[in-house]
Design a protein around this ligand. Structure first.
Ligand SMILES: Nc1ncnc2c1ncn2[C@@H]1O[C@H](COP(=O)(O)OP(=O)(O)OP(=O)(O)O)[C@@H](O)[C@H]1O
Length: 358
């Protein structure tokens, strides 16, 4: 096998276009996260990869094999669902061995392989327990071991952490990632949790409205968002609407020095991450008067809410950094370094122009 490729994959339910002409390559041995808001088509895409849903159009290739019409049970893909879907009346060991029995593996070999898988997910001491006697994290590990029992070519997980509490979820994200790396298995994880995607993935696919908005390593998705949707969905950002002009952007009466790469007079949306805006004394372009309206101390992060001539914004500092401490009502200056400004064509202005042209 070498990688899994989707070519122009679509899915329509009645009048709803759930997945719209998606082209993607899932690298061999890589973990890819499908990330996006509720209803964007992540689960439908995963179900088509699994063979549980037939595409309305397009092709799915595994290496050089066309598997578009191959039924799910012949794909040799392992799946873990949100609910884990374990058999409550069976022991942990029998849950893992079950799929081996039904695929014709002898009882003793199935028990042997189940034992090794329970070792792998650190549950050897729990083999004789029933599912009802396990914690959420332990159940998830059983579901993972069971999915891996068939030695799948591709491992698919749909919101695998959503039944776990926040602390356990973070631990399991790290464990799952380490296990996936150890096994080197091509893996796709559906999630709506960006921290989960950033913790585990080699590559993140950001989706909205059935389409792919951006694909890339987590750091690129965060630091080099390709459009306003990605900048908004991943991490936090301050947004301002403006118009390009020589040397930068005009926002209301304020000129910001920037390199917008668009012709003059184009409506644009400007984004800056809260940690890239500075409340400091350093000289530089784009210093604007600012008034502190709210301060939030979140422990590791201190957050200042400001009013400025270009609009309201939030600035963040890691605890212990950022020099001077400000309070509500203080006036100061905020600096927006030109290289920290992300500039996108304004999507709403685009829609308005398109409507005007119709
Ligand atoms: N069997 C179905 N019949 C009709 N519409 C469906 C069906 N399955 C999904 N849809 C619709 O397709 C769109 C995409 O749904 P999907 O479950 O793939 O989204 P999602 O990104 O996984 O959402 P969530 O994070 O809420 O699970 C939604 O508008 C949904 O209502």
């Amino acid at each position: 096998m070498s990688g899994l490729v989707l070519k122009s994959i679509s899915k329509t339910f009645g009048g709803t276009r759930a997945v719209d002409l998606v082209n993607l390559t899932f690298g061999e041995g890589q973990l890819t996260a499908l990330l996006g808001p509720s209803g964007c088509g992540k689960t439908t895409l995963l179900r088509m990869v699994a063979g549980l849903e037939a595409p309305s159009g397009g092709v799915i290739l595994l290496g050089d094999r066309n598997i578009t019409d191959l039924p799910a049970h012949r794909r040799k893909f392992g799946m873990v669902f949100q609910s884990f879907a374990l058999f409550p009346h069976l022991t942990v060991r029998d849950n893992v061995a079950y799929s081996l029995h039904i695929s014709g593996v002898s009882r003793s070999e199935a028990a042997d392989r189940a034992g090794k898988l329970l070792d792998l997910v650190q549950l050897s001491a729990f083999g004789d327990r029933r599912i009802g006697q396990l914690s959420g994290g332990q159940r998830q590990r059983v579901a993972i071991a069971r999915a891996l029992a068939q030695e799948p070519e591709v491992f698919l997980l749909d919101e695998p952490m959503s039944a776990l509490d926040a602390k356990l979820r973070e631990e399991m994200q790290v464990e799952l990632r380490l296990l996936q790396q150890r096994l080197g298995i091509t893996t796709i994880v559906v999630t709506h949790d960006q921290r989960e995607a950033m913790t585990m993935a080699d590559s993140i696919v950001v989706m909205s409205n059935g389409r792919v908005e951006q694909v890339g390593p987590p750091q690129d998705i965060y630091h080099k968002p390709e459009n306003a949707f990605v900048a908004d969905f991943i991490g936090k950002a301050n947004f301002f609407d403006g118009v390009t002009e020589p040397g930068g952007i005009r926002i209301g009466a304020t000129h910001l020095v920037a390199d917008p790469h668009f012709v003059g007079g184009s409506p644009v949306r400007v984004a800056i991450r809260p940690e890239r805006a500075c409340l400091d004394e350093e000289p530089g372009a784009n210093r604007l008067p600012a008034k502190i309206t709210f301060v939030r101390d979140l422990g590791p992060i201190r957050e200042y809410h400001l009013e400025t001539a270009v609009g309201r914004m939030v600035v963040e500092y890691a605890a212990g950094e950022g020099g001077k401490i400000f309070h509500v009502g203080d006036t100061t200056e905020v600096r927006l370094p030109p290289d920290a400004l992300h500039i996108f064509p304004d999507p709403t202005a685009h829609d308005a122009l398109a409507m005007a042209a119709e």
